[in-house]
Design a protein. Structure first.
Length: 179
């Protein structure tokens, strides 16, 4: 079990993810006439086009393309905070890993454990505890490298990817409507 004091209990995170999913489902059904987040039921890379998942909007609204470049921009914006606030205020390794793995999956790229530790922006031991916890929660999937038995890749589970794309599309949609 992870004992990092900055980390909320895994049960709390799971409950929050469930709450967000319910909220997104509610928003999706309420605004179905405005936005159609048409996504595959199990995003496995075969149904995307050049690493881009497009959410169709009504003619008066812009299409929301969730691609690796969009996710990488979100990651850069998160790192931008460090120029204005102390980085220790916002340590959120699980979210940083989710974003990095989402971008990698959209790019069709595998991510090694060591690379994911770097992406988390926390000490490696903390990152490894998070990877273990998120794997146990079936948010991450471990894949052995067939060419090198010492290396392991981490990817998002289909369930996590199915949640990330509509979440990002809904978030961007909310920001776009506010502008």
């Amino acid at each position: 079990m992870v004992s990092d004091t900055r980390r909320p209990p895994l049960k709390t995170i799971s409950e929050e993810v469930s709450r967000i999913a319910r909220m997104l489902e509610s928003l999706s059904s309420e605004e179905n006439a405005k936005m159609n987040y048409a996504l595959p039921s199990s995003f496995n890379g075969e149904s995307r086009s050049n690493g881009v998942v497009t959410t169709e909007a009504q003619p008066e609204q812009k299409k929301i393309n969730i691609n690796a470049a969009v996710v990488r921009a979100i990651i850069r914006s998160r790192r931008l905070r460090d120029q204005y606030f102390s980085a220790s205020l916002f340590a959120d390794p699980a979210w940083d890993m989710l974003l990095d793995l989402t971008a990698a999956r959209l790019e069709g790229r595998q991510v090694s454990v060591s690379s994911l530790c770097i992406a988390s922006a926390v000490p490696p031991t903390t990152a490894l505890r998070w990877i273990k916890s998120l794997t146990e929660e079936k948010i991450f999937v471990r894949i052995a490298d067939p060419r090198d038995g010492r290396r392991v890749f981490i990817q998002l589970s289909d369930m996590a990817m199915d949640a990330m794309i509509p979440y990002l599309a809904a978030s961007i949609s909310l920001v776009m409507r506010a502008l």
